[in-house]
Ligand binder design. Structure first.
Ligand code: GTP
Ligand code: MG
Length: 182
């Protein structure tokens, strides 16, 4: 293997969370710099890729978008296995999407079955912080940070796919965090 090969990394990232929280929108913002107001439910799962440079490594993020709607979820354990990072998204304006985080987290661990579940890289995103300038917010930043602290200091970002707030920063952290176990 030559040097350039050694410096290339393919990272598999799975994005989970309730329907409508903005998983697809965050990915479209990050990869295509696009945003649409229109909601179109994701069916099954599909991935997009994005290359970025981190230190001396050329990293390809393979980001898997999944369906939040239960009737469109058809992913088995084989799908989750080999993941390098799991991004969980909720909507800061809808408490229920925060309350289901434990389910998404635990289900991922169960399906992906990583060798060291405690050390597996998760990232939490609180999306749609733009709505009503934050006045319709139902989940405080503190509550979200407490959830992250209780699960071994998961990195947390507040984002807006619509306003392009913190999206690059969040996915950069995804790449960095995924490389930790490298
Ligand atoms: P499923 O595919 O059903 O799991 O939903 P999803 O999580 O992929 O949600 P999606 O990205 O399709 O977004 C749902 C709706 O929320 C769409 O109408 C988006 O335009 C809107 N939306 C997504 N992100 C934001 C955001 O940051 N701010 C605002 N105001 N709206 C957003
Ligand atoms: Mg979607």
């Amino acid at each position: 293997m030559d040097i350039s090969q050694k410096r290339r990394k393919l990272l598999k990232v799975i994005v989970l969370g309730d329907s409508g929280v903005g998983k697809t929108s965050l990915m479209n913002r990050y990869v295509y710099q696009k945003f649409s107001q229109q909601y179109k439910a994701t069916i099954g799962a599909d991935f997009v890729t994005k290359e970025l440079q981190i230190d001396d490594k050329l990293v390809t993020l393979q980001i898997w978008d999944t369906a939040g709607q239960e009737r469109f979820q058809s992913l088995g354990a084989a799908f989750y296995r080999g993941a390098d990072c799991c991004v969980v998204v909720y909507d800061v304006n809808i408490a229920r999407t925060f309350e289901t985080l434990n389910n998404w987290h635990d289900e991922f661990i169960k399906q992906a079955d990583p060798t060291d579940p405690e050390a597996f890289p998760f990232i939490l995103l609180g999306n749609k912080v733009d709505i009503d300038g934050g006045s319709s917010r139902m989940v405080s930043e503190k509550k979200a940070r407490d959830w992250c602290a209780a699960r071994g200091n998961i990195p947390y970002f507040e984002t807006s796919a619509k306003e392009d707030y913190n999206v690059d920063e969040a996915f950069f952290c995804v790449a960095k965090t995924s490389l930790v176990n490298d």
